[in-house]
Design a protein around this ligand. Sequence first.
Ligand code: FES
Ligand code: FES
Length: 130
Amino acid sequence: MAYSEKVIDHYENPRNVGKLDDKSEKVGTGMVGAPACGDVMRLQIQVSDEGVIEDARFKTYGCGSAIASSSLATEWMKGKTLEEAADIKNTDIAEELALPPVKIHCSVLAEDAIKAAIDDYRTKHDESAA
Ligand code: FES
Ligand code: FES
């Protein structure tokens, strides 16, 4: 299968690969797997007191499209509020990367990981507020 230039670019130069300190109050971690293929994606955000995502990192064990989707997701999330980031759709990722139909679930994985990271952050903060 031919990958689009954008997928290859993100695959060869992934943005924001790495890990944030999950113990930090400021960090939310999303860990999701794709039942279709067994790929796993970890996406983390670091959120400022104003609710803005100041850093985002990912680690993906999966195909090129999954790596590109998560790389792009971290780029898009940085500088956004949690609300704005929660609005990122897998269809936007798939369109930006020109993913073929069989690779759409890779972008779904990225959307799931974004939502899981935001949920984790919010859960941490509800608990500390209680
Ligand atoms: Fe799992 Fe893409 S099918 S690597
Ligand atoms: Fe399964 Fe890409 S995440 S083929």
